[in-house]
Design a protein around this ligand. Structure first.
Ligand code: CO
Ligand code: CO
Length: 283
């Protein structure tokens, strides 16, 4: 069933674990992620990143499919817009039936970040939709190169002000992760996560979650991370499955490649979900 971001984050808070948020730019991704969540019997977040508008599928095509799949799933599914860059685009997602949106104005000066985020919060909350926003900037953009360029680590006190000034429901902070495939093992600043969580009082979001070690996930979750954005390694698992099938030289139709990619991405998402949800009492 389709639910709000607050619903799935509340579930994670109660169990001291995290909900996985997976980008789903293709139908295969949607099937893989919902298949993994349904087998595990846990809530999940499926997300469309504005960046996938051109590479992947545009919001007006993949968005209704995500909403449809969420509504018929037998676990709670939040349908989320990832890294929304402007109010108009976010409004389009809300019109389609998304239950949550991220406004990412983290590259702007503090006051501009606050005013754009507040504008989105006012509109979204009036429609019963939850909002995630970001303060501090990750080392690379979504779909990025895994850490080239300078990260701006989130200042805990500024994070407290930002949450108070905007009224957001979840906060993405920067503490050592990066988007994309990591070139070197990420070093996470757990103390910073703990401080931010204590000051802001709302669930925290880890971006650039794929490629982080199981041990670091565990520690980050114990520090207050409740949503983990995971995509690049799942997408690569799909690619690897396709490459292997092609290398085997079997004559095949495209649907065989899509099926192989779906199965490999479902397994990868299932492994991630198992780590995020280790602390849950399981049936
Ligand atoms: Co991100
Ligand atoms: Co759990």
């Amino acid at each position: 069933m389709k639910v709000s971001l607050k619903n799935v984050l509340g579930w994670a808070e109660k169990r001291n674990c995290a909900v996985g948020a997976f980008n789903t730019p293709t139908f295969e991704n949607i099937r893989a992620v919902l298949g993994a969540a349904e087998s595990a019997g846990v809530p999940v977040i499926i997300a469309h990143a504005q960046l996938h508008e051109t590479e992947g599928a545009p919001l007006h095509e993949i968005g209704p499919l995500m909403v449809w799949a969420a509504e018929r799933a037998n676990v709670p599914v939040c349908v989320h817009l990832d890294h929304g860059e402007d109010a108009d685009y976010i409004r389009r997602a809300m019109d389609i039936g998304f239950t949550s949106a991220m406004i990412d104005a983290s590259a702007k000066p503090y006051d501009d970040n606050v005013s754009l985020t507040r504008q989105v919060v006012e509109e979204a909350h009036a429609r019963g939709i939850d909002v995630e926003a970001e303060i501090g900037a990750l080392a690379s953009r979504e779909g990025g190169d895994g850490g080239a360029g300078a990260a701006v680590y989130t200042d805990p006190e500024l994070a407290r002000r930002f949450v108070a000034d905007t009224g957001i429901d979840a906060l993405a902070a920067s503490f050592g992760t990066a988007h994309g495939i990591y070139k070197a093992k990420p070093v996470l600043d757990f103390d910073r996560i703990r401080k931010i969580r204590a000051l802001v009082g709302i669930p925290l979001v880890m971006h650039g979650g794929s490629g982080v070690s199981p041990e670091d996930y565990r520690t980050a979750i114990s520090c207050g991370i409740r949503k983990i954005n995971y995509y690049s390694y799942m997408a690569r698992a799909g690619l690897n499955a396709v490459s292997a099938r092609l290398a085997a030289g079997e004559t095949t139709f495209f649907h065989s490649l899509a099926a192989d990619a779906t199965a490999a991405m479902r397994d990868d998402a299932a492994r991630a979900i198992a780590v995020f949800c280790e602390s849950c009492p399981r049936a």
